[in-house]
Design a protein around this ligand. Structure first.
Ligand code: NAP
Length: 386
């Protein structure tokens, strides 16, 4: 029995993780979890799983639900996430909160030697070199939950590294793949949240619509697998059935395919290094009628090129890319800026904020904050925003 902690259990990845835990009650025991504000979900999960401790991170809710419910302890605030992941009974931590704020509990979990099932890509994008150093130092394992990276992780393990020429991440193309380019400026939040193949949280769904999510994933793949940016490719695959492709030196391509459901990568990351037992959901290749692959249109998806630019620059640039995007997407979701302003703000931040090569967490955090302040200033002064 492996003890599990899930950060962000009320979100899309968190909910899929609970589905996996329900399928394998003899293998996994939910020991701790967090929600930001979703008490109804937290209460129901406490009743179902009886964890030792949970955390509510929204500062407006401190103390609101007392210090325990049934036999479960309730903690409040971001800092308590560290207590959740460091519980002695926890063996694996699923990081499913959204945004670079996931960094402190991720570091705490690594330092406590826990296996990390990492969904929270913003943490890896912003703090990649630091996280990699810590994983090596504490001799722990980080398994990607992102479907593309999980697919690549599994493919790469089956092939000799020197035989791999390039890796490819697939992208559905998001909500606006076929929309006329001139209409992009005026799309609504509701349209952006209408993803064709995946059901996900709002931030990542907007990221996907502009392929900025794929840009984050390119950087994530660089830090996870150590390939150079010239060896990481992106292809539009509207069906979202193939998740990752490795191209071998003999010119062959090995594809990983599965129905687009996060329970596959989540189950793999929880069971790893053991194989996932038979799952209760169906895989039906006979229903996969069409596999289409196209190169991404960089006019439609300028954010993807910006991600490569930031990744290649290295240092704090990927974090500047990420923080500018987090702030811009939040403004878009509040209907304060247009969809096409998101990449314009990111480009402006990358051009205006000096890149540095931080050695410490504080160095990265300073650039993260500087970028967020920059975007807010740009917005308030009406700079590149519309
Ligand atoms: N969704 C996917 O299929 C998918 C696939 C691959 C990777 N990812 C990555 O996984 C992460 C989570 O994505 P998601 O789609 O599951 O997001 P989501 O549905 O928006 O869920 C976010 C979770 O984080 C919590 N949260 C929100 N604001 C918070 C804050 N300020 N502090 C702490 N916790 C906070 C939410 O709690 P409340 O519900 O209480 O607000 C919720 O539990 C992201 O990094 C995303 O890029 C997602």
């Amino acid at each position: 029995m492996v003890g599990v902690s899930v950060l962000g259990i009320s979100g899309s990845v968190g909910t899929s993780t609970v589905k996996v835990l329900r399928q394998f009650p003899d293998q996994f025991d939910l020991r701790s979890f967090s929600v930001h504000s979703n008490w109804n979900v937290a209460k129901a999960l406490v009743e179902e799983f009886s964890p030792e401790v949970i955390c509510i991170t929204d500062p407006k809710l401190v103390g609101k639900f007392g210090d325990s419910y049934l036999s479960t302890k309730i903690l409040y605030g971001d800092k308590a996430l560290i207590d959740l992941v460091q519980l002695p009974s926890v063996g694996v931590v699923v990081t499913a909160v959204v945004g670079a704020r996931g960094v402190l509990p991720t570091i705490a979990a690594i330092e406590a030697g826990k296996k990390i099932a990492i969904a929270n890509k913003e943490t890896l994008v912003t703090f990649g070199p630091l996280i990699n150093r810590l994983v090596a130092k504490h001799n722990t394992v980080m398994v990607p939950v992102d479907s593309e990276h999980n697919a690549l992780f599994q493919l790469i393990q089956r092939e000799t590294r020197s035989n791999i020429r390039a890796i490819t991440l697939t992208a559905s193309g998001g909500s606006f793949r076929t929309l006329p380019l001139e209409a992009l400026e005026h799309v609504s939040v509701k349209q952006a949240l209408n993803h064709p193949t995946w059901s996900m949280g709002p931030k990542i769904t907007v990221d996907s619509a502009g392929l900025i999510n794929k840009g984050l994933e390119v950087i994530e793949a660089h830090f996870l697998f150590g390939f150079s940016y010239d060896e990481i490719e992106v292809v539009i695959h509207p069906q979202s059935i193939t998740h990752g492709i490795i191209e071998t030196t003999d010119g062959a391509c090995l594809l990983y395919a599965s129905h687009p459901d996060m329970v596959y990568p989540i189950a793999h990351s929880l069971f790893y290094p053991n194989p996932t037992p038979q799952m209760l959901i169906e895989r039906k290749p006979s229903t996969w009628n069409t596999f289409e692959f196209f190169p991404p249109d960089t006019k439609r998806y300028p954010g993807l090129l910006l991600a490569y630019q930031a990744g290649k620059a290295g240092g704090a640039a990927p974090g500047i890319f990420n923080a500018a995007n987090e702030e811009a997407v939040a403004l878009f979701l509040e209907e304060k800026i247009s969809f096409t302003t998101i990449p314009r703000l990111i480009e402006s931040a990358l051009n205006q904020i000096e890149n540095v090569f931080p050695e410490t967490l504080d160095g990265y955090l300073e650039k993260d904050q500087e970028t967020r302040n920059y975007i807010q200033r740009e917005f308030n002064q009406g700079g590149v925003t519309t």
